[in-house]
Design a protein. Structure first.
Length: 333
């Protein structure tokens, strides 16, 4: 039996769909963890969006939480393979404690249960945020780029890096593991969170853009490649999952053109972003509001980092879906 954590999120829901549809799945049963009943409706809506409603009923849903150990006991009964995609995504410094608890402690709990229950293989959905930092002579980030603890990292990045350390601990204790590091994941069905907010902001008339590079990948590729890696003989490796390194401006333009709305037209330079995130910090503290722009997100908006995908392309002998074409397709679903 296969267990998917985070099955009510963008990646987890698509993993469930891909696993059920996979011709090579055989008679494997799928179990997914949920925290709140209403969140299951998002996954159900995704299956309906793809006209796969009949497949949704084949999922066995178990109430649980990765940071609530007793609830995991039942979830892991009879499990052979685990896809761990549950995580908290936040770049607000006020969420430091819950980020660490969810992403690091929660992953440690998953690893411990995998070891205790004799799970055959674990796939962890990490992030490019957990990858290393470029040295002075380096230009492209790979799976081997070393993490530099002396450089500034967001609390989210630190939590994902810490989670990966728990995965490698499990590997050292005898668990077969796979880590995938996707960039910004584009996909349909979850427009109120993550990258889905990009679509909403453009639709609402976003006026500003930056010229920073960002690494994008489709959620369908993330699900497909994670499953292929799990079904292969490959183990104890990590893989960057990036379709293209694209300027934010170009992504926003593609979204705007597809939605037939006005393109963002005002370029915000890096020094302006540095001012804006500081103003946001002041206002958030005065009015006790959630941060809209943090130092980490401001820095990311004008980043020039590029990521290599040579390892995954070689391992699976595959390529990625074009991001611009995919955006057009999902916005026309």
């Amino acid at each position: 039996m296969i267990l998917v954590t985070g099955g009510t999120g963008l990646v987890g829901a698509h993993l469930l769909l891909y696993l059920i549809e996979s011709e090579s799945l055989g008679v494997e049963k799928i179990r997914a963890i949920y925290r709140n009943l209403e969140t299951i409706e998002k996954t159900k809506a995704l299956f309906q969006l793809y006209d796969k409603s009949s497949l949704f009923d084949t999922i066995e849903w178990i109430h649980g939480d990765i940071i609530d150990v007793p609830t995991l006991e039942h979830a892991f009964k009879g499990i052979d393979y685990v896809y761990h995609s549950a995580a908290l995504i936040s770049f607000d410094p006020k969420d430091e404690d819950i980020l660490r608890k969810t992403n690091i402690e929660g992953t440690a709990n998953i690893v411990n249960f995998c070891l205790a229950k004799g799970v055959k293989k674990l796939c962890y959905i990490s992030s490019t945020a957990a990858l290393g930092d470029l040295a002075g002579t380096e230009t492209i980030i790979t799976e081997e780029t070393e993490w530099n603890p002396e450089k500034p990292h967001s609390d989210y990045a630190i939590s994902k890096y810490g989670a990966e350390m728990e995965i490698w601990r499990g590997q050292q204790e005898g668990l077969d593991v796979i880590i995938v590091n996707p960039g910004i994941i584009i996909g349909p069905g979850f427009q109120d969170q993550g990258s889905g907010l990009l679509f909403k902001k453009v639709a609402d008339g976003l006026r500003y853009y930056t010229l920073g590079l960002a690494a994008f990948v489709t959620v369908s590729d993330v699900a497909r490649m994670a499953v292929q890696l799990m079904k292969s003989d490959i183990r104890n490796e990590r893989f960057i999952l990036i379709a293209q390194n694209i300027m934010f401006r170009d992504i926003l333009n593609t979204i705007a053109d597809t939605l037939k709305v006005k393109r963002p037209s005002r370029h915000i330079k890096p020094y302006v972003m540095e001012i804006v995130w500081r103003v946001d910090w002041v206002l958030a503290n005065i009015f006790r509001k959630k941060r809209q722009l943090t130092r980490a997100t401001a820095k990311a908006s004008y980043s020039e980092h590029e990521y290599s995908t040579e390892k995954i392309k070689t391992a699976l002998k595959t390529d990625f879906v074009d991001i611009h074409q995919y955006i057009k397709e999902i916005l026309n679903l």
